[in-house]
Design a protein around this ligand. Structure first.
Ligand code: GTP
Ligand code: MG
Length: 473
């Protein structure tokens, strides 16, 4: 049975991304902004979708997102409630009494998380009481501000300790290089440590790449967060398409992310999406009719990526793609064989490409009569190394001078010495080293001494599984 997933959104970025995510999900499940099931003539008479993983069904036509909203200042959460009156459960929102935010200080955010842990856990526990088969959490936040990063870090530690069996994923936004907040490199490294140690899988979004992507998609230079967050929501909704529109495979977070995470250390994932048709984005751009083959090739193009691709020839460890629309399976097979030639895959990774044929929501309208194929791809690749290196380099620059540390000294995990900083830096270095080690063909040799230990040693030419449903190579 597919389990329930609790989304926890923290700080400005987390809550703003969450707003777009729920807006997309509501649209895909025929739920209006007040939480009521839409009743229109086009509406199917019975539900083909499964709303339970993400929504509570209070009485027959009233849906409430399984979402917890946390912030240290009220503005963003108030905006969400104003935009969606009646959709979210007000008891699931928590704003600190002080209402001043963490002022970009990870330390302040972490400390507030610790001080208010009981209240926050109370909300989470109550929410879990309304589940029958709880599967896991997804945390939405930025790694660079104070609340999403600091309170988010504290929460990750608490969740892992308190619910060790639940699957813990994050969608983590990294700052753009133009950011002017001087302590961001500290916040980023301290948060990355928690992502490395506590999370089972973290999908990484890079605001540098996202602003370029948004400029292209919306064809304007001044894109704002409400634009770019729609792009993020397109990725997030597609990741769980097979959970919400049930299929034989990939019907749980675990089954999706286990295809992508070969060892616990390698769990930082990149993403890409194309094309941003009106199913996902509020604009009227007309894309040309496409095939699954076109989409697969576009997905591996840098221009579709949510992380800046500066590594020339990254090695791919795993890929998971969801394609939605009128798909010809032969096009998938052709697409896969093309990317196997174009990209370099780690030889130790035997089942490296997973394609899920998703379902388009029957609630989405068909305005211009065209049926596009939309594609989303998550990748586990050495292409993540430059982003991690950049976080380390900017950290090293200010930390070597012990610059801007005052705000951190006030909090007791920092007061004695610099151990928290040096430890976090070395945890992130270990992640980088692991990604570098995984580029070598001997990476899993100690684990795979015996041929029979190999997971999924499939015939690469027999790409469609028994149901003809999913493609594995
Ligand atoms: N993509 C995206 N990035 C955002 C958004 N809001 C903020 N950011 C980025 O997040 C970082 C700042 O973090 P915020 O989420 O604003 O901070 P916070 O968690 O609310 O913490 P404090 O305000 O310091 O208490 C910067 O790198 C911003 O570029 C958003 O809606 N979308
Ligand atoms: Mg804030």
């Amino acid at each position: 049975m597919t389990g329930e997933i609790l989304t926890i959104q923290v700080g400005q970025c987390g809550n703003q991304i969450g707003q777009q995510f729920w807006s997309q999900l509501a649209k895909e499940h025929g739920i209006d902004r007040n939480g009521h099931a839409q009743t229109t003539e086009q509406q199917p008479t019975f539900r083909e979708d499964n709303t339970t993983p993400f929504f509570k069904d209070n009485d027959n036509d009233r849906y409430t997102p399984r979402a917890v909203m946390l912030d240290l200042e009220p503005k963003v959460i108030n905006d969400v409630f104003n935009n969606f009156q009646g959709l979210f459960d007000p008891r699931n929102a928590w704003v600190s009494q002080e209402k001043y935010g963490a002022g970009n200080s990870w330390a302040k955010g972490y400390d507030e998380g610790r001080k208010n842990q009981d209240q926050i856990l109370n909300i989470i526990d109550k929410e879990l009481e309304s589940t029958d088969n709880f599967e896991g959490f997804q945390l939405l936040h930025s790694v660079a501000g104070g609340t999403g990063s600091g309170l988010g870090s504290n929460l990750l530690e608490t969740l892992q300790e308190r619910y060790p069996k639940s699957f813990l994923t994050t969608y983590s936004v990294f700052p753009s290089n133009e950011s002017e907040v001087v302590v961001q490199p500290y916040n980023t490294i301290l948060t990355l440590r928690r992502l490395a140690e506590e999370s089972d899988a973290s999908v990484v979004f890079d605001n540098n790449a996202i602003s370029n992507l948004s400029t292209r998609v919306f064809r304007k230079t001044n894109v704002d967060y409400s634009d770019s967050n729609q792009l993020i929501a397109a990725v997030m909704s597609s990741v769980t398409n097979s959970i919400r529109f049930p299929s034989y495979m990939y019907s749980s977070l675990q089954s999706i992310f286990s295809t992508l995470v070969p060892t616990p250390e390698l769990h930082f994932l990149t993403s890409s999406f194309t094309p941003f048709s009106s199913d996902y984005v509020a604009h009227n751009r007309d894309y040309r009719q496409n095939t699954a083959y076109d989409v697969i090739l576009e997905l591996i193009d840098n221009t579709s990526s949510f992380t800046s691709q500066t590594e020339k020839n990254p090695i791919y460890y795993n890929m998971f793609s969801t394609l939605i629309g009128p798909i010809d399976r032969n096009d998938i097979t052709r697409g896969i064989s093309k990317i196997q030639h174009r990209l370099q895959f780690a030889p130790w990774s035997t089942t490296s490409i997973h394609v899920n044929i998703g379902r388009r929501s029957p609630y989405l309208s068909n305005k211009n009569g065209k049926e596009y194929i939309n594609g989303m791809m998550l990748g586990n690749t050495s292409g993540i190394i430059p982003l991690l290196n950049n976080a380390c380099d900017t950290f090293d620059k200010i930390f070597s001078k012990r610059a801007f540390l005052n705000a951190f000294r006030e909090v007791d995990i920092f007061d004695k010495d610099d151990l928290e900083f040096t430890d976090s830096r070395s945890v992130v270095q270990n992640v980088i080293d692991e990604y570098i080690a995984a580029e070598e063909k001997e990476y899993l040799d100690d684990v795979l001494i015996e041929e029979e230990n190999m997971a999924g040693n499939l015939d690469p030419y027999n790409q469609v599984d028994a149901d003809g449903d999913n493609v594995l190579t």
